[in-house]
Design a protein around this ligand. Structure first.
Ligand code: PGA
Length: 249
């Protein structure tokens, strides 16, 4: 049985003070919740406060990005060692907004994945097609290409902690959710590609999350659909009650 992972992606929302308030309100709502793993991925500036606020709880704090180099002249970037130093061990890699607005490519996703695994992180690698690709029946090709390139020269042994998130770009922040059937089909394609890259046993153990307009009222149907092992939640994760309702689907 794969334990589900429900992850919040706050994107560029909340100050440290607002993060503290979130944890104050959220933690009691999920206290003792063991069925699923819970991770809240905050902006860099909120990480230290959030780690402190979540200490001793069943909620882990993660980052939304990291650089692949250990250190260097990379103005504005954050390394794995910096994240480790403040108690962060989860990181989202290759979110579509980073691909779309910050020139992230399949190659940088690969570099970041390798660095994250090397640092002992749980990387959450995002893949997903845009609307035009879906309409042109290219979803299959896009997902396979994104996986193949992300996993280039990564070994199954090294990748044990890997998590993949299927995030159809047309469903992110749009209120349009993939139906459980659409999501299940995409997850099967991803699991198939992972089988090719890392073998069947690895693929059977891999957690594939769904992301894209997950809300309290659609969480149950999505989380109980075939092959869906959790959620990556944007907008609805900003509100402690809504995110708790999703965790408690
Ligand atoms: P959304 O975002 O839940 O607001 O659609 C999901 C994501 O981008 O991870």
């Amino acid at each position: 049985m794969r334990k589900k992972l429900i992850a919040a992606n706050w994107k560029m929302y909340k100050t440290p003070e607002q993060s503290r308030e979130f944890f104050r309100d959220f933690l009691p709502l999920v206290e003792g919740h063991e069925r699923d793993e819970i991770v809240v991925c905050t902006p860099f500036i909120d990480l230290a406060t959030s780690v402190e606020a979540a200490r001793g709880s069943n909620v882990a704090v993660g980052a939304q990005n990291m650089h692949w180099e250990k250190e260097g002249a990379f103005t504005g970037e954050v390394s794995a060692a910096m994240l480790t130093a403040i108690g962060v061990a989860h990181v989202i890699i290759g979110h579509s907004e980073r691909r779309q607005y910050f020139n992230e490519t399949d190659d940088t996703v690969n570099l970041k994945l390798k660095a994250a695994l090397e640092a002992g992180f749980v990387p959450i690698v995002c893949v997903g097609e845009v609307l035009e690709e879906r309409e042109a029946n290219l979803t299959d090709d896009v997902l396979r290409r994104q996986c193949l390139r992300a996993f280039h020269k990564v070994s199954a042994k090294k990748a044990a902690s890997l998590v993949v998130a299927y995030e159809p770009v047309w469903a992110i922040g749009t209120g349009k959710t993939a139906t459980p059937e659409i999501a299940s089909d995409a997850h099967a394609i991803i699991r198939g590609e992972v089988t090719q890259s890392f073998g069947e046993e690895f693929a059977n153990n891999l957690r594939i999350l769904y992301g894209g307009s997950v809300k309290p009222d659609n969480a149950h149907a999505l989380m109980t659909a075939e092959g869906i092992d959790g959620a990556l939640v944007g907008g609805a994760s900003l509100d402690p009650k809504a995110f708790a309702a999703i965790v408690n689907y």
